[in-house]
Design a protein around this ligand. Sequence first.
Ligand code: BES
Ligand code: ZN
Ligand code: ZN
Length: 471
Amino acid sequence: MDIKLLETELNEVVADVNVVFIKKDELEACEHAAILQKAGFKAEQDTTCFLYEKGVLVCGVDSKKSDDIRSAASAAIKALKASNFQSAKIEILSKSVLGALVEGVVLGGYEFNDYKSEQKKSTLESLFLVSSDLDFTKLEEIFASSLIIANATNFTRDIVNKAPQEINPQTLSHVASNLAKENNLECIVLQEDDLAKENMGAMLAVGRASVHGSTLIHLAYKPQNPKKVITLVGKGLTYDSGGLSLKQPTSMVTMKMDKAGACAVLGILKAVSELQLDVEVHGFIGAVENMVGGNAYKPDDVLVSRSKTTIEVRNTDAEGRLVLADVLDYAQDKVHADYIFDFATLTGACMIALGQYTTGLMGHSHKLKHDISRAGSDAGEMISSLPFNRHLKKLLKSEIADISNTASKPYGGAITAGLFLDKFIREENKNKWMHFDIAGTAYTETPWDCNVYGGTGAGVRLMCEFLRDIK
Ligand code: BES
Ligand code: ZN
Ligand code: ZN
């Protein structure tokens, strides 16, 4: 489907369907009031009423603000794709909602059909976004950048959704190097012998029972005279079986999504390079498969990480933090960044704390938390801070090593995981670092907002918003 921005009067545009957004208090005065009343349409948010004969699709919204318009536009595109119409038009109500409209239709209309033998066909060919009275140059700018960000989000979703027999640490590095070629990024891939030379004892242990060699992928976007340098780190567990601390069968299903942090990093680099932002961005991905086998790492093992910190393994399912420990340490050596952000589907506990719709944000700098929260709300991604404290930190104490990979008490598991990572952040970087736990937000089996079944691309819109605003 083709989306076009048109500078003209709405009634000048020939299209099969006119999409209108309507609030409850506008129902009575609306042109189609009688028929909508007969249909029992109450203008609830995300409900639609298709007046097929009139060629009108009415979409309920609680408000005409971005978040509600994004979500309603997703509902609209699904209704349009399910119809046999070929074209539709939407009037752009204000400059501020154009981005949300674009995201709503591109993200809400996303489908992942790689493994279906019969491809679904939609007749919808064109969608026109129309305005005659707003600043059109500005609209063109917003339209172009929103499309880049929404498409990069779908790129992230595509990789997350791919099955674990297709995406393993080796093939994920191919995806990264192809992106690098297409978008002119630098790309270095470290194989297991390189990781051994780097003394990455924690990361290597996690991947030991896999038939696919672990990789560390380093991508870089380097414009001239960047305003800031940013390091992004992604957890790339292409499958998390739990290892010898094996997951329950029902918890193992969906664990292909444990690479979502890595995929978000790839999506962000794609967007940043296409937007040609004035910031240097490095992506570091730890790509590993956590499996069982005779050579698997074990609960009771003591690992020596790259930073020389020794780690007592008490649960092989707390593997993401082990991989990140080494990748964060490597990244801090390679790049002196102004900000270090890591993205990881790190803990089930984060979902219990915040629900499935909110990303957990952890770190030391209140200012940075504030700036990121703002970017999140501007981008329409929900984020909430989970505060560190010294009492929870003590729970990671090990009797035989420098730190344990799990806390001695189960409560506050998202925070203790964050505190484990903190142990690998150097003193001079403490206020530059933020950890994003996207365990709840990166994947969904029930559609919500502009998310459909599968990977959501969590982190991409939010980070693009933050990076675009960097002064
Ligand atoms: N990848 C999981 C976390 C996860 C769970 C992500 C559910 C998305 C959905 C992680 O590696 C893990 O297994 N964490 C354990 C930690 C525990 C053993 C301390 C968890 O959350 O149960
Ligand atoms: Zn795990
Ligand atoms: Zn995991």
